[in-house]
Design a binder for this molecule. Structure first.
Ligand SMILES: Cc1ncc(COP(=O)(O)O)c(C=O)c1O
Length: 472
């Protein structure tokens, strides 16, 4: 153990130097040649392990830096990081209270707090939930709950000739497709409903799609809204879609994996003001709350729904009918062994408090506003979508350039050049037929200066690339 702690200390203090390039991994085929990652019959010495750890850290993007703008998380939540280490140290598992007593109580408290924020704890409902291995799994369970709500016998009998249809917007995360596949719904029965110019699901189009399914004799069962779409951060309109869902007895799920934490902020929670109208809700703590991956939850408005949908298959050897039976979370889950993700979320929530998360969101929202202003004031940068949340989708486009393919390639080259130069790490994405640079604001340490520098670099590199093209 002493040796491991020394290694950990050196990893933190020596092998992850501040100001190293955000990303320095070569292409996979090249890295395979540089590194010896073979395993063999005989064990190795400490030195070989040390080299492997050094290489691992060296080539992994440094997501803790303020220049990491690529993904929906960035920075370091030190309380949660400590929690992650302690979680591995104790190696609790979450199927029964007996083998994760404090973790179970922490998970239950987290679920109470999350449900309070979402509004699943009113006079009629006492929400429930269970932590899951990521937003994709939460969305899968959301769809499974919907299937169980509409066809309780699907669990035991299967489809029985019925065609169930699910609806998400054309901006929804691809995990909806995975869920339709895994649950035997069939990906052709997942309808990608048109979104409006702001990237939000179009309620009229949703109604038309439902009517079309009914005419075909199919069974609409699931509407999956998104709060904070992956590419542009749009929030689907909950109230109007909830009316449609109620009229047809369809389960309403909100995928708020990315956009859920807006509920911490008094100033910005209006974007999700109607969250209480949903039946279930996905929240990733490993995105904006910056807890080490994975940490996520599926919240459900109706107590008992998770057990009814997920339990079964025996397990008496684990789930003893003793005085702690009501605290065994395993039957609400689709997993058996489940990592105790509660500790790291709980520790950081305890240390930071609701107000701390709210302050982070308010700060980042104000940086976002500045960022959009800078883009709008530039002659060669343009916004590709409204930025209501923390995604800024923009691009470099010199006035003379109109060919979409050429603009796309130019912006891809800007991202790659910037990264190769050891600068900010941003990525490109498509939205409604146009390509641009997706900038994600998820690190609470980011300042206006970082953004200004990044936009200057985009313009500079863009100008140089265009000049090179004209000269070649
Ligand atoms: C809106 C949305 N939902 C779900 C997911 C999937 O979450 P996870 O990566 O935790 O499975 C993502 C991931 O980016 C997302 O953006």
């Amino acid at each position: 153990m002493k040796e491991s702690l020394e290694l950990l200390s050196r990893a933190i203090h020596e092998w992850m130097p501040k100001n190293r390039p955000v990303s320095q991994a070569p292409a996979a085929a090249e890295l395979e040649k540089i590194l010896d990652i073979s395993l063999g019959e005989e064990g190795c010495d400490q030195e070989a392990l040390e080299e492997a750890i050094k290489a691992y850290l060296h080539y992994n993007p440094d997501v803790s830096q303020v220049d990491f703008f690529k993904l929906l998380y960035s920075g370091q939540n030190k309380h949660a990081l400590l929690g992650d280490w302690i979680t591995s140290l104790s190696n609790a598992t979450m199927h029964t209270y007996q083998v994760g007593p404090v973790a179970t109580l922490m998970e239950l408290e987290l679920i109470r707090q999350w449900n309070k924020l979402v509004g699943f704890d009113d006079a009629e409902n006492q929400g429930e939930g269970v932590m899951v291995a990521g937003g994709s799994q939460a969305n899968l369970i959301g769809m499974m709950l919907a299937r169980h709500h509409v066809c309780p016998d699907y669990k035991t009998k299967g489809a029985g000739g019925r065609t169930l249809v699910a609806y998400v917007s054309d901006q929804a995360h691809y995990s909806a497709q995975k869920a339709a596949n895994v649950l035997g719904i069939g990906t052709d029965n997942l309808v990608a409903v048109a979104s409006d110019n702001e990237g939000r699901i179009c309620a009229v189009a949703l109604q038309k799609e439902i009517a079309k399914s009914l005419k075909q004799g199919h069974l609409p069962f699931y509407i999956g809204l998104t709060a904070g779409t992956t590419v542009t951060g749009a929030y689907d309109p909950v109230a109007v879609c909830s009316k449609i869902a109620r009229a047809h007895n369809i389960w309403l799920h909100i995928d708020a994996a990315w956009g859920g934490p807006i509920l911490f902020s008094e100033q910005h929670r209006h974007l999700l003001a109607d969250s209480h109208l949903a039946d279930s809700f996905t929240w990733d703590a490993h995105k904006l709350m910056n807890v080490p991956i994975t940490a996520a939850v599926i919240l459900v408005k109706h107590a008992g729904a998770l057990n009814a949908c997920c339990s079964g298959g025996g397990g008496e050897y684990l789930f003893h009918a003793d005085e702690n039976a009501a605290y065994n979370l395993g039957e609400r889950s689709i997993q058996c062994g489940r990592r105790a993700d509660a500790l790291k979320v709980w520790l950081s929530w305890k240390a930071i408090g609701n107000q701390g998360f709210a302050a982070k969101i308010d700060h980042l929202q104000s940086i976002k506003t500045d960022c959009v202003e800078m883009i709008e004031q530039s002659d060669s940068l343009e916004m590709l979508a409204p930025a209501v949340y923390l995604n800024v989708l923009f691009r470099y486009r010199p006035e003379h350039m109109t060919d979409e393919q050429a603009i796309r390639q130019l912006n891809i080259d800007i991202c790659k050049t910037m990264m190769r130069n050891g600068g900010p790490y941003v990525d490109y994405a498509q939205y409604k037929g146009c390509s641009g640079i997706r900038l994600i604001l998820a690190n609470g340490e980011v300042t206006r200066q970082h953004i200004s520098l990044l936009l200057d670099q985009c313009e500079l590199i863009g100008r140089e690339l265009v000049a090179d093209q004209l000269n070649s």
